[in-house]
Design a protein around this ligand. Structure first.
Ligand code: ADP
Ligand code: MG
Length: 200
């Protein structure tokens, strides 16, 4: 990563990771990992299979528990020296990011609309506002008219674009993608990369 923004000291990283450690038993996967993500940055984490890319994202999003280090969102500690904030605080931090996985992980028994609107409704957003925003996200993802479809009725590329719309539903400041195209046929990869590029 570059240091070019270091001079603009007013800019606050939306995500800071400091000295992150994670082991599975004897296996030391993350050894003192630090990184900053500033608003508007696109950061790619590259490495061979098994090098800990998913573990890093899973720790940053509290799906795995790190053994040490700090994780800060907007300068606020979610994890301080390996100690996690309480449940209520972590729930608030979770609204700051969206997650898109390799295998879409859509709810198969929910329509596209319900997949996207579930989280905002749980967070107390009105049905009207939620649906209106979901429709605008579907439009952005090139999925107009698919709101009543079920995941099994969509191609892999369309399912992944629904997953991206769902990740955007709570208006996150940061989106994490874990190999979002690796489960897609080469010809479907392009359409997903295109919407990611537009978002960036
Ligand atoms: N839940 C787990 N339990 C034990 N080992 C794990 C677990 N998750 C990942 N690992 C191990 O951690 C290492 C890093 O995995 P991972 O983060 O998935 O790598 P990548 O995403 O870069 O391919 C691998 O050796 C993997 O086997
Ligand atoms: Mg991985």
């Amino acid at each position: 990563m570059t240091d070019t923004k270091k001079n603009e000291s007013a800019s606050q990283a939306i995500l800071e990771i400091r000295g992150l450690q994670k082991s599975f038993g004897e296996l030391n996967v993350l050894k003192d990992i630090s990184l900053d993500v500033e608003a508007g940055n696109v950061v790619s984490i590259i490495g061979p299979s098994g090098s800990g890319k998913s573990t890093l994202l899973r720790c940053a999003t509290f799906l795995e528990t790190a053994n040490g280090g700090d994780i800060l969102y907007d300068g606020q500690h979610a994890v301080k020296q390996g100690v996690y904030a309480n449940k209520t605080e972590l729930a608030k931090f979770r609204t700051r990011f969206g997650l898109v996985f390799q295998n879409f992980n859509l709810f198969p028994h929910y329509s596209v609309m319900k997949n996207i609107s579930e989280a905002p409704l749980l967070h107390g957003q009105s049905k009207e506002e939620t649906q209106e925003y979901a429709m605008s996200l579907l439009k952005k993802m090139g999925l107009e008219g698919k709101e009543n479809a079920y995941p099994c009725q969509l191609s892999g590329g369309q399912q992944q674009r629904v997953a991206i719309a769902r990740a955007l539903a709570l208006k996150p400041e940061i989106l994490f993608f874990d190999e979002p195209t690796s489960a897609l046929d080469p010809e479907l990869t392009g359409e997903v990369l295109k919407v990611i590029r537009q978002l960036a």
